[in-house]
Structures are given as C-alpha cells and as structure tokens.
Design a protein around this ligand. Structure first.
Ligand code: S3P
Length: 432
C-alpha cells in the first residue's frame, strides 16, 4: 500500500491474518461524552474513539463549559456540569457528525439559552426534521434551513415529556429524545418501528438513570441526576466489520480481534458472515457498563450469499457498504433492501458505492432502497472516489484486496472521520 497525499493505493491480498485491538466504539463514545458533560463529577473514558466525529462531540462539550482532557493513550476525561451547561460563545461545530448534532440537540433543547449547531457540507445536507419535530413538541424551538437541514438554531427551555413514535428506525433520534426526556418534566416514551442499537439506554443506566424498555418502547422519567463514570469504551465493531469482511472473503484467513463490542444490537455482521460460511468463535465475553465485550476469532472460507431486509437492514445499517464490497466475491451474491436511509448518510451510500464498484468492473443493480450484486464476479483494480465518505473509502479498500491489480482511493484521508489508523492496520494484517 502506498499513501501519497490524500491518495491511497491498495494492493490485492491473499489472506488476512494476525490480531487486532481497535479504538473505542464511536456510538458509545459520543453518548458517554455527552452524558459525562451533564453528570456530576469527572468521568474517565478509556479507549475513547479516535476519529474526528467523536472529537467534534468533545469540542462541543468543551464549548459548553465542560473541561475535556485527552491523553495520548486514548483516555478522555470530561468534567461534568450537572444540568447547567455554559452558553457557548459561538456556533457549535459538529463537523461531519450527524450523531453529534442529533443527540446533542436533545441536551441543548433543555438548556436556558440559544445555541447554533453547524456542520460541514455533508452534514448540512442531512435531514434533521426527525429531531426538530419531537423536540418542538417537548417545548424547545428549533429552526433549520431548507425543510429541516443544518445549521440548526436551538432555543432551549423547560421541556415536558412526550410520547413519540419514530417513523424511521434511528438510534440517534431515540437517544436524542431520551436525553431530552432525562432533562424534561414527566415521562418520555419513544417507540421505534424496529429495534435499533441500544447504547443510549445502556449509557443512561451506566450514569445512574433508570430507563425501562418493553418490546420496542423505551421510557425515561425526567429529573434523574447522573453521576460520573470510569469506563472502558469497547472496540468499535463497525470499524472491525471491514477486517471481518476482508477475512471472511479471503479463504484461509484467520484474524483475532479482542476487546471488541459485542452488543447484540450491533453484532449482526457476525451472524451474516457466519450464515454465509465464515467460521466465527467468540471468547471471553463479559459485560462492562451494560455493554458486552469479548474476543472474536474469524476464519475465512468460501462464502455463499445473503439477502438482507427489514429489521436486519436496520441492525446492519453501517455495515451495508462493506457487505456490498464483498458481494461480488461470494458464491450467490448479496441483495440489500429496505435501506433507503443509506441515501441520507454521509453520502448517498447506495449511489456512491455503486459508482465505485462499477469502476472496479462489478455489475450491480441499484434500487431506490438497496442494491443487488451477483456472486462469482471478477473485480479489477481501478481509481475510485469515496466522495468524502469514510465508510465507502474503507469498503472500497476491502473490495480492492480481492481484485486483480491495484486500486487507488482518492480522498482516502476521510477514513479519519471514524478510523484514522485504518490503512496502517490493514497493512499490518494483509498477507500478500
Ligand atoms: C448511530 C446510528 C445510526 C448509524 C450511525 C450511528 C448511533 O444512524 O448510521 O453511524 O450512534 O446512534 P441513524 O440513527 O441515523 O440510523
């Protein structure tokens, strides 16, 4: 692999081998940092996520008056201010991070001051009506541009609990409303159409709040105090997915990842890969602050294929690009449906993935809500452009490992959004 400026050249690999431990999970790190800021005392968050997205959250918390210290070993300390965040002196910069904007808006909605939240070009195109409407019903006033796009002007105030039915399965919106509900008067209930990741619920409990769940309905009572925690953020399973998929698709690969997040609402990628024929063993599984953590060993083999739809699509939402990347190397192909949400992620992930895989010679059928690729195709190296989307850049790198010839990924430094060390770790485990 050659890294030149923002271009990375990925050479094909025979196998993946070795062992890895990954930086902390992005979803959990965002939530821990936000709740730490609204807790009493100083929280110590070990193995914090290393990417720019969680740095955006830390920057916002610092701007809201929480002292944030980051050590070289990945430990972050956040001083909590209880309910009383400080009015920031200017707009909050959420960078590329939809999680920062959507979830933090729930906390800002309850503060006695107005805040503006901004983001980069990609974030400025993402839909925010899904939080603006329910937070408005709770008593906040939030104004967006152009039918509910960032920047957002949040005028906080006294909130009251509401019942809210999510129209799209979104864990960010669920967490946003639970965070607002914690700071509201009365009870807030959020009902989701499909079960999404439950880190918001687990994090609230870890910080001392009571959250109840009955089927897909989650309830929180307002006014509960939070206390600081000392926690280890488990390795990011959505980052691991790139290595797991690469190992699964290259027969003879054997990879071990320890300290990995294995929360059942996030681990669907393991079921899919095992269902297609990879051999997966889970060892030393334990619970930390409500989250399951353990060691995964994967052995690659001939993969069959998969059809992913409905609740499984929601559970795999961040892993769909990399499943698309390995589809051509399977026996029977992969079809993904019910994935309209992919079109409003950091990029239109269906369109950008399709364009790049086509450049690599893959035949792909694109649907409004997904894609289908036949198996037994023979991708070749190409010049690809992930359009600034970190998960598309990493998915292209995985596709490149099985292709004939080298692949050049332009603008590859976008992996820094979630996984700055991705290419160096890939180089460490790629066997040529
Ligand atoms: C996330 C939820 C998902 C996911 C995102 C992180 C979270 O987004 O795509 O990367 O941490 O709650 P949605 O809530 O928009 O589905």
């Amino acid at each position: 692999m050659t890294v030149g400026g923002k271009h990375v050249v990925v050479r094909p690999a025979r196998q993946i081998g070795g062992s890895l431990r990954l930086p902390g999970d992005k979803s959990i790190a965002h939530r821990y940092a936000m709740l730490a800021g609204t807790a009493d005392g100083t929280s110590v968050l070990r193995n914090f996520a290393s990417g720019a997205d969680c740095a955006s959250t830390l920057g916002c918390m610092a701007a809201l008056g929480c002292a944030v210290v980051r050590d070289a070993d990945g430990t972050v300390k956040v001083e909590g201010r209880g309910r009383g965040l400080k009015e920031p002196s200017g707009p909050l910069d959420c960078g590329n991070s939809g999680s920062t904007m959507r979830m933090l808006a729930g906390i800002l909605a309850a503060q006695p001051f107005a805040t503006e939240m901004r983001g980069d070009g990609s974030l400025s195109r993402r839909p925010m009506a899904r939080i603006i409407e329910p937070l408005g019903r709770m008593g906040a006033s939030i104004a967006g541009e152009d039918g509910g796009r960032p920047p957002l002007k949040v005028r906080g105030g006294a909130l009251h609990g509401v019942e809210h039915q999510l129209t799209v399965a979104s864990a960010q919106v669920k967490s946003c409303l639970l965070f607002a509900g914690l700071l509201a008067e009365g009870v807030t209930a959020v009902e989701e159409p499909q079960r999404t990741r439950d880190h918001g619920e687990l994090a609230l409990r870890a910080f001392g709040a009571e959250v109840t769940r009955e089927r897909n309905r989650t309830t929180i009572r307002g006014g509960q105090p939070l206390h600081a925690i000392d926690a280890y953020v488990p390795g990011d399973i959505s980052s691991a997915a790139f290595f797991l998929c690469a190992a699964a698709m290259l027969p003879g690969s054997r990879l071990v990842i320890d300290g990995l997040l294995l929360n059942p609402t996030r681990a669907a990628i393991l079921d899919v890969l095992a269902g297609m024929g990879a051999t997966i063993r889970m060892l030393e599984v334990e619970e930390r602050h409500g989250e399951l953590v353990g060691t995964v060993q994967i052995t690659g083999g001939k993969l069959s294929g998969a059809r992913i739809a409905g609740a499984q699509t929601a559970a795999l939402i961040d892993e769909l690009p990399v499943l698309g990347a390995i589809a051509a190397y399977t026996n029977d192909g992969i079809e993904v449906r019910d994935a309209r949400e992919l079109r409003v992620k950091e990029s239109d992930r269906i369109a950008v993935l399709a364009t790049n895989l086509r450049a690599m010679g893959v035949q792909i059928e694109e649907f409004e809500d997904g894609f289908r690729m036949a198996g037994k195709q023979r991708p070749h190296g190409a010049k690809v452009d992930p359009a600034g989307d970190h998960r598309i850049a990493m998915a292209c790198a995985v596709a490149a490992l099985g292709a004939e010839g080298d692949t050049t990924i332009t603008g590859a430094d976008c992996v820094g959004i979630s996984f700055p060390d991705f290419f160096s770790l890939l180089e460490r485990v790629a066997i040529r």
